[in-house]
Design a protein around this ligand. Structure first.
Ligand code: ADP
Ligand code: NI
Length: 214
């Protein structure tokens, strides 16, 4: 049964993100929420913590708060406190919001709990495959980036600061993030799904480079 906390959080986040065109629209959250439920059941993770983490994971993305990655966890806490959620639920969910983001090619961001691993895998699955390709170009367009520039090669950021400064074209993003996600999956079901989406991205890139005049 879906708890009241989940239903209220769903309405809250839906109202907030509806209409965003940078890849963080409500449907991204809905897809991650649904994928998280599948992964949670396969992994025996707690459904309420997982679902709340999935719903709130992009409540305040650092990219829209001048690089400040403390705003998401802060707002998630504030929201759950306003609903008088139990303290252990709040801390488990805030920990997920804190840890979920990709921070650069050379930066490991393992999650401590199974619920965290499930939400992170679900978020990453939505960044790869056919939907992930669409999101990368939507994000690039929203940020005025080129789809591709053959003179600019990918950068493998050593830390979060370098990743934040990156303003490269969208094809670089495949090499700097999207193609690296498969090997960072933390659940068995997530990994299985990631492999299929990964293959599709490789095929897509093969065609992309083939079509680009030499
Ligand atoms: P997520 O919601 O999966 O954590 P992000 O917040 O990092 O992802 O970004 C939102 C979407 O925009 C993702 O699909 C991501 O791959 C894409 N994106 C992020 N940065 C870039 C970039 N520099 N170029 C192209 N796409 C990007
Ligand atoms: Ni997300």
């Amino acid at each position: 049964m879906t708890s009241k906390l989940i239903l209220q959080s769903k309405d809250f986040i839906k109202n907030r993100l509806e209409g965003d065109a940078s890849g963080h629209d409500w449907y991204h959250i809905e897809r991650v929420w649904k994928l998280s439920q599948t992964l949670a059941d396969a992994e025996n993770a707690d459904r309420e913590i997982t679902e709340l983490g999935a719903l709130l994971h992009d409540v305040a993305d650092w990219k829209f708060y001048g690089g400040d990655d403390s705003e998401g966890p802060r707002q998630a806490r504030e929201w759950l406190e306003s609903l008088s959620a139990p303290a252990d639920t709040i801390s488990a969910v805030v920990q997920i919001v804190e840890g979920v983001s990709y921070k650069g090619a050379g930066v490991e961001t393992p999650m401590e709990t199974i619920e965290g691993r499930v939400v992170q895998d679900a978020d990453r699955l939505d960044a790869i495959g056919a939907i992930g390709i669409a999101r990368a170009f939507a994000y690039g367009g929203a940020k005025n980036r080129l789809i591709y520039d053959p003179n600019e090669s990918p950068q493998l950021h050593a830390n979060f600061e370098e990743y934040k400064k990156n303003k490269g074209h969208s094809i670089n993003h495949f090499h700097e993030k999207l193609l690296l996600l498969k090997d960072r999956m933390q659940t068995e079901t997530g990994l299985r799904m990631a492999k299929e989406r990964h293959r599709f991205m490789e095929l897509y890139l093969e065609h992309f480079y083939k079509e680009w005049p030499a």
